[in-house]
Design a protein around this ligand. Sequence first.
Ligand code: HEM
Ligand SMILES: *[C@@H]1O[C@H](CO)[C@@H](O)[C@H](O)[C@H]1NC(C)=O
Length: 319
Amino acid sequence: MASFPSSIGTLVLLVLFIGSTNGQLSTNFYSSSCPKLFDTVKSSVQSAISKETRMGASLLRLFFHDCFVNGCDGSVLLDDSSSFTGEKNAVPNKNSARGFEVIDNIKSAVENVCPGVVSCADILAITARDSVVILGGPNWNVKLGRRDAKTASQAAANNNIPPPTSNLNQLISRFNALGLSTKDLVALAGSHTIGQARCTNFRARIYNETNIDSSFSQTRRSNCPRTSGSGDNNLAPLDLQTPTAFDNNYFKNLIQNRGLLHSDQQLFNGGSTDSIVRTYSNMPNSFTSDFVNAIIKMGDIKPLTGSQGEVRKNCRRVN
Ligand code: HEM
Ligand SMILES: *[C@@H]1O[C@H](CO)[C@@H](O)[C@H](O)[C@H]1NC(C)=O
């Protein structure tokens, strides 16, 4: 009789054990193989951001664009090659994704202290965290142990990364498809508290939409001509108040109809996410704790682990 419950207990423990190791990541993955990893990455991120504050935003976005395309596997970093068309020229990335040279520098600094050990996918995850912290946002322990993909998919990048023309239902379903909830969507969209967007991505909103503050649209029109083709790459801050500080002003802007992208304002447009936006605008700590929870979840999307994939030597190409 006694052995029956105990064997169930063993089974439960075994299942828990497998559940926590199989395909899972851990915060101490490199603690003995690369003890200088965190210091090395942080000082490189710090120097990149000191040269150009916007780089913190660009690096955070790279992690998002990596994880949304077949998981966080460093695929966004691969240049086009003879065997595949990479993700860098996919619609959401072309003339837009940036920071690849910074990742190269970080990777070489890491290779100098522990050659062949740390994946490019993990470097992206640490770099995103460091960027947020340096710009005044929350800290978290980064889960590690991802390996790098040997291929990339331009088609998957086009299909999975939501365009700024998305409506709320489309945003929710792109995130849900990857296991991210509606709350995760709103919290992660709070990343638009930093960084810049190009005129081509907000022109239709500032000239044609009605759920926009009129003085805000006037200001944005002054540097984004109505006619497509002219000034397409002119930049405007995603958060007009504090574009280089990771804070909750993005949500305060939305409540005033000052979201820059159509997709931003969708989060506060009379729908189911309005209440979340209000909460984050009133309670910065609620935003930061949900953001941390959501970005850790995003970092868990379909990692390659164990003997899957490889640890790339150069983030731009497979070994
Ligand atoms: C919710 C759906 C999202 C849409 C539709 C979206 C779309 C965009 C667009 C169109 C831009 C401007 C690109 C350009 O004009 O070149 C942008 C910038 C940015 N996005 Fe998102 N994004 C979304 C979610 C996210 C998430 C989840 C993150 C991070 C976790 C993120 C981080 C950023 C950052 C930091 C920038 C500024 C980058 C820079 O200045 O270089 N975005 N996003
Ligand atoms: C505004 O909407 C009209 C009618 O749909 C369209 O023809 C025009 O190109 C739009 N303007 C911008 C700047 O998107």
